[in-house]
Design a protein around this ligand. Sequence first.
Ligand code: DUC
Ligand code: ZN
Ligand code: ZN
Length: 483
Amino acid sequence: MSSSRQASRPLDVVIRNAVLATASDTTPCEIGIRDGIVAVLGTHLPRGRSEIDALGRIVTPGGVDGHCHIDQPMAPPVRLSDDFESGSRSAACGGTTTIIPFAAQRKGGSLREAVDDYHRRAAGRSCVDYGFHLIVSDPTPTVLRDELPEQIAQGLSSFKLYMTYDAVKLSDHQILKLLALARDHGATALVHAENTDCIAWMTENLASAGKIAPRYHALSRPLLVEREGTHRAIALSELVDVPILIVHVSGHEAVEQIRWARGKGLNIFAETCPQYLLLTAEDLGVDDSYTGARCVCSPPPRDRDSQEAIWHGLADGLFTIFSSDHSPFNLGGAHGKHPDGKEVPFPRIPNGVPGIETRLPLLYSEGVLGGRITLNKFVELTATNPAKLYGIHPRKGTIAVGSDADLVVWGTEPVLLGNHMLHHGADYTPYEGMGLKAWPVCTMLRGEVIWDGVTFTGRAGAGQFLRRGSSSMLGTRSAARPA
Ligand code: DUC
Ligand code: ZN
Ligand code: ZN
């Protein structure tokens, strides 16, 4: 159809009385949507087939959660409590319209089988659009020569590398090879930066002294474990001359390492998550009770000083993205925080907390309405930068003519957070009882309302797989390197 006939077709949806917030601007505006795409932004738009009155509320781009674990295979009896349907539904009800979970290679397995399996898990189930990162745990010559370049070309343009966890950890030598591949193929490398031998030694010492309660998880991974991993990851990135993303930064010492690297002109991206703003090591327990298992995640939550350092990093541009690291396990039953129905020593407690639905409301409430970050910084961290970093901008992550009409309308009525309100498969939230100042009253995916503030109105299978290109943030060489 010619563009003039297209323009004369009525708009499918017009949103009036909106205050549109992007990463750069906040503007009163009307939004016209046609065929799931933002067709026009302006004032005095003609009537659409359907009309939404935003009542002067803020409208932001749908959130992009660049780090979440959904239906990722685990060693029995442990199992994540979200599949693609429940995890993506939960995302939608919290204002997230794009998710990027992980297709994880088994040691001894191929990338192809991991990706095929993950497509089967997502197909027909996801309620929001989705891409996959890879987890590379076994970089064999075939993986390096054929499989990984092939997957990058198929739109899995990012992969995670682990410095710890026996099932997935890599040596520095393996990491170097993978970083060189990321550089040569325009992929984004995510690094889980913790020193595995320090953790093993601390864990042995604690366990042999009978210190096995959940709270010792935090003691087994002190700040320096993350600081050393972060410093090493930065050095490896510098050697190869490729940007990396340090994921789930938790401690002020790791923050200092990233500041130091940035000061040298190195292209180091950084991610943090709600648990490092709102939880502390005390949430893992102040005595030997098992209730703290609910907040066991890695890296562990820290203390008030680290929380402050993370808040500053969000406000001043140190952090590139804000993700959930949603990794939901049930408290009840035999597959989650009580494997086989038992209380287990801390090294066997499944790591992770749920948070895909609470990510945006927590940051909007505590950050924007708490006066710690601007509304535009909120959009940048939660939607625009993850879309740019992972090669789906400007289709995702912004509100502009030609972008997918993925939108969130924000309500600012007080909300008392409870797990009964949430739509994930987990039987708890670490933020139970917290008073929030905001929650989405409407989430739209490509022009369709999928959450109306009360009811999930989306559909399993409506989510589309996103073949992602290279990051638009990778272009600049590190200033510290010779041209
Ligand atoms: N740590 C991770 O590295 N991934 C999932 C959850 C967690 O706590
Ligand atoms: Zn990790
Ligand atoms: Zn994770």
